[in-house]
Ligand binder design. Structure first.
Ligand code: EPS
Length: 389
């Protein structure tokens, strides 16, 4: 089974990703992974940390001569900010643990709940790992998964639909998302809407406030039959929702028409089925967002996620000092005003991982060429379902 773990503190020396279960023969380079890391660092509204970092992937296992070996792949991303934190964050007893202590939890962050759970009197011990810095390591896992998917013609893209109140109110074409959105600093397909988003971010920044938004991730070329209706934890829509919901600050996930189906009649909520001898079964609509019964149906997989505003506010909310128990205001850390485009890149990574895992669960293969054969056969054979022998 494909799986991955990440490790590393936000101001520790390095972030580490280990991905296990990739077949041998997948083309991968450090540059390929780094391209995704660079995308995650971008976006209007990011804070000062992104000016310090220059995220680059270092592969330390599992790849030789540009191809995966089938063994676990380890990727390291150095934290350049470590040099400013090494005395405080050192693993040895010499660490200056009494410096830069955090005792005023930020509402909406993991600070208080984590501090209570792990019995830390310095909430830094929570925020160092709860920080969205960890998502860089996820993007590395996503890049490796994406390399596998691209080798079998499955592609993923994302765009930003909304930031604060600035919202794209039309459904853009896939071409627009691939061309326009990727060229936009806010991953927005429409220049006018993007200008409104920029204004929203500027206003929030002036007010010492932050902003969330809505992102959409699309995966096309996904074969029919990933996931399964037979068991709750094999439903691919559920797996996708969990993976995207696990991204820090994501508070809502929907697939296809999602919440809008609740207000629709059945006749307006489903995708009628057609058959063409060349194409096989097909739909003229994609309200289901590419999954039916927890199984991919061959249409584009469409997932949207709502990201809440980042909890670190320059004009902080009321809180309590955990040392004195006296009313206070939340601690102010360096932060972003808006990281919605970065969340879109992270969401692409999570979707890539889930689809790669699901593909390998359905068509297990230890070498990319074997997987290619399986996928090729699978892509043609399903068109015959229902034929009489
Ligand atoms: C981030 C790294 C963090 C934050 C931000 C995103 O670095 P630092 O805490 O050193 O500034 O800039 O994280 C958050 C806003 C958060 O609340 O966790 C990154 O690499 O994306």
């Amino acid at each position: 089974m494909l799986r991955f773990l990440t490790a590393g503190e936000s101001h520790g020396p390095v972030l580490t990703t280990i991905i296990d279960g990739l077949p041998a023969g997948v083309p991968i380079t450090e540059e390929y992974i780094s391209r995704q890391l660079v995308r995650r660092q971008a976006g209007y509204g990011r804070g000062k940390r992104m000016q310090i970092e220059n995220d680059r992937a270092r592969i330390t296992s599992g790849v030789r001569g540009g191809l995966t070996l089938g063994s676990p792949v380890t990727v390291e991303i150095s934290n350049r900010d470590w040099r400013n934190w090494q005395e405080i964050m050192a693993s040895g007893r010499e660490a200056q643990v009494d410096q830069r202590k955090v005792t005023r939890p930020r509402p909406g962050h993991a600070d208080l709940a984590g501090g209570i759970k792990y019995r830390h009197e310095d909430l830094r011990n929570i925020l160092e790992r709860a920080s969205a810095r960890e998502t860089a390591a996820r993007v590395a896992a996503g890049a490796l998964s994406r390399a596998l998917l691209e080798a079998v013609d499955i592609n993923i893209v994302s765009h930003v639909i909304q930031i604060g109140k600035a919202k794209l109110d039309r459904i853009p074409s896939l071409e627009e998302i691939i061309n326009n959105a990727q060229a936009s600093e806010l991953l927005c397909v429409d220049a006018e809407v993007e200008a409104k988003m920029v204004r929203e971010i500027d206003l929030a920044k002036e007010a010492g406030d932050t902003l969330g938004g809505v992102i959409e991730i699309l995966a096309w070329g996904v074969p029919v039959g990933l996931g399964s209706h037979v068991q709750w934890d094999r439903r691919v829509d559920g797996e996708l929702a969990q993976a995207v919901m696990s991204i820090p600050a994501v508070k809502g996930v929907e697939i296809g028409m999602g919440f809008a189906t609740a207000a629709s009649h059945g006749s307006q909520a489903h995708d009628e089925i057609f058959y063409d001898p060349g194409k096989g079964y097909f739909r003229q609509t994609n309200r289901a967002g590419g999954t039916e019964g927890g199984i991919t149906n061959g249409e584009t997989v469409v997932i949207r996620a709502a990201m809440k505003p980042i909890p670190t506010l320059m004009q902080p909310l009321r809180s309590v000092d955990i040392k004195t128990k006296l009313p206070s205001v939340a601690s102010v850390e360096r932060s972003d005003v808006c990281a919605v485009p970065a969340a879109a890149v992270v969401a692409e990574a999570m979707v890539a991982f889930v689809l790669a895992r699901s593909l390998l669960a359905t068509l297990p293969a230890d070498h990319l060429e074997v997987l290619r054969e399986y996928v090729k056969r699978h892509r043609t054979s399903w068109k015959e379902i229902g034929n009489e022998n």
